[in-house]
Ligand binder design. Structure first.
Ligand code: MN
Length: 150
């Protein structure tokens, strides 16, 4: 798979990108954004939700703040379309995710249990184990995902 991607014969889905990032011990945003070599004191960003792969037609992601080596975290805005269920493999040891819903309702899978989250509710969990996100509602849901690396 890595060889196919390197030769440009295949483009990875979000799920595959996460697996590769975890396997290589790097952040997800390092694949979807160039990292600024230095950290400016003020960064103004506009989230542009993008579909990364044709197969990922029910999920859109925007790396609003890419991984910062000195701060050890990255921030995504993620939109789930109705019926979307996105399962994530375990990230590196010590990774913690903070999920905050800004629109609609989602469910987050942690340790085999789905937790329901409404707008303005947040959930923090150990993400060095299998986890997932889904939208069982009839309208789109948007959440912020702050991923902290140890
Ligand atoms: Mn994750």
């Amino acid at each position: 798979m890595l060889g196919q991607i390197e030769r440009g014969e295949s483009s990875p889905t979000i799920a595959t990108l996460w697996k590769i990032a975890s396997g290589l011990n790097v952040s997800f945003s390092s694949f979807v954004e160039d990292i600024e070599p230095t950290t400016p004191e003020l960064i103004l960003r506009t989230g542009t939700l993008q579909q990364l792969h044709p197969e990922d037609n029910k999920i859109r992601v925007s790396p609003i703040f890419a991984f910062d080596e000195s701060l050890k975290f990255e921030v995504f805005i993620i939109e789930l379309f109705p019926g979307c269920e996105h399962l994530s493999p375990p990230h590196q040891k010590g990774v913690i995710e903070h999920v905050i819903v800004t629109q609609g309702e989602i469910e987050v899978l942690v340790k085999g249990k789905w937790h329901s989250l409404k707008q303005n509710e947040g959930l923090r969990f150990d993400a060095d184990q299998a986890h997932g996100y889904r939208n069982k509602m009839s309208r789109n849901a948007i959440f912020h995902d702050i991923i902290h690396y140890n």
